[in-house]
Design a protein around this ligand. Structure first.
Ligand code: FES
Length: 253
C-alpha cells in the first residue's frame, strides 16, 4: 500500500511568471519513482483539502530529492506555490504507471507543462540517442532547454507565434522528423489535442507511441473513478491514475 507522508520542502522557486519548481526531500519516493509517475500533494492545513496530482519532473537519488514543476492555475496550486523552505507538505506516491523504456532511438515530444515529466524520462534514457521536440505558445513558455542539456542529443522547438524555433505546432514538424530520423519510439506529454495528433502521425509512420494523460483526480489510487477515460482497445474504461497516466497511444486514442 502507498503511504502518504509529510515531507520537507527544500526550495520552491519561480521558473517563469506562473510556473514554479518545488523541491522536496523524499528519499523513499525518489528511490522508487519511475519516469511518468506522479505524486499527490496536499498542503497541510490548507483549503481546499483536496490533493493535487503533480508529475515528477526529476529525481536526485543521491540527495533523496524530488523536483515537482507545476503551473499555478487555481486555489490548490496557489497553496502549493506559497510553501517555503522547511515547510512540510503531505506527499503520496509514487503513483501510477510510468513510461516503457525499452527503446533504442526515442523522440520525446512535450507541449507546455507536458515538457516537465519528460526531464525525468530523459534522465533514464541514453543521451546519445534521445531527442526532444518541444512546443509552446511563445518563447517565454519555452524556458526548458537548459534542463535538457546533457540529457538529449538534439532539441527541436516550435512556437505558435514563431518567436522561437519553427513557427507552428509540434505536429507541424513531426512528419519531417520521422521521415529523416530513425526513431523507434515516441513519448508524448502535453495538451490532449496535441497528443491525439502525434499519436495519429506516429501510427501512420509505424512508430510505437506512448502518451501521458492528464485528468482531474480525487483519490489518485484507483478507488473513486473520477479520472476514467474511454478505452479504444475494447477493454473497459481506464483509470488514468492507476492504469496510467502513461498509456500506449492505441489504448486511448
Ligand atoms: Fe480516484 Fe483515479 S483519481 S480512481
Amino acid at each position: 500500500p502507498k503511504i502518504a507522508m509529510d515531507v520537507v520542502v527544500l526550495e520552491n522557486k519561480h521558473l517563469s511568471d506562473d510556473v514554479k519548481e518545488l523541491i522536496v526531500y523524499a528519499p523513499d519516493i525518489a528511490k522508487q519513482a519511475m519516469p511518468g509517475q506522479f505524486v499527490h500533494l496536499k498542503v497541510i492545513k490548507s483549503e481546499p483539502l483536496l490533493r493535487r496530482p503533480i508529475s515528477i519532473a526529476s529525481v536526485d537519488e543521491a540527495k533523496g530529492t524530488l523536483s515537482l514543476i507545476y503551473r499555478i492555475v487555481g486555489k490548490g496550486t496557489a497553496a502549493i506555490a506559497d510553501l517555503k523552505a522547511e515547510n512540510q507538505v503531505n506527499c503520496l506516491g509514487p503513483l501510477g504507471h510510468g513510461f516503457d523504456l525499452t527503446c533504442k532511438r526515442p523522440l520525446l515530444i512535450g507541449g507546455g507543462m507536458g515538457i516537465a515529466p519528460l526531464i525525468f524520462l530523459a534522465q533514464r534514457l541514453c543521451p546519445a540517442t534521445t531527442s526532444i521536440l518541444m512546443g509552446g505558445r511563445n518563447k517565454a513558455e519555452l524556458f526548458w532547454q537548459k534542463r535538457y542539456e546533457g540529457l538529449v542529443n538534439e532539441i527541436f522547438i516550435t512556437t505558435d507565434d514563431g518567436s522561437l524555433g519553427v513557427k507552428g505546432f509540434t505536429v507541424t514538424l513531426l512528419p519531417e522528423l520521422l521521415k529523416t530520423k530513425q526513431y523507434d519510439r515516441i513519448f508524448v506529454c502535453g495538451p490532449e489535442i496535441m497528443m491525439a495528433g502525434v499519436a495519429k502521425i506516429a501510427q501512420s509512420h509505424g512508430v510505437a507511441c506512448q502518451v501521458s494523460l492528464e485528468k482531474h483526480m480525487a483519490c489518485g489510487l484507483g478507488a473513486c473513478l473520477s479520472c476514467t477515460c474511454e478505452s479504444k482497445d475494447g477493454s473497459k474504461r481506464k483509470k488514468v491514475c492507476k492504469d496510467g497516466p502513461v498509456f500506449w497511444a492505441q489504448e486511448v486514442f
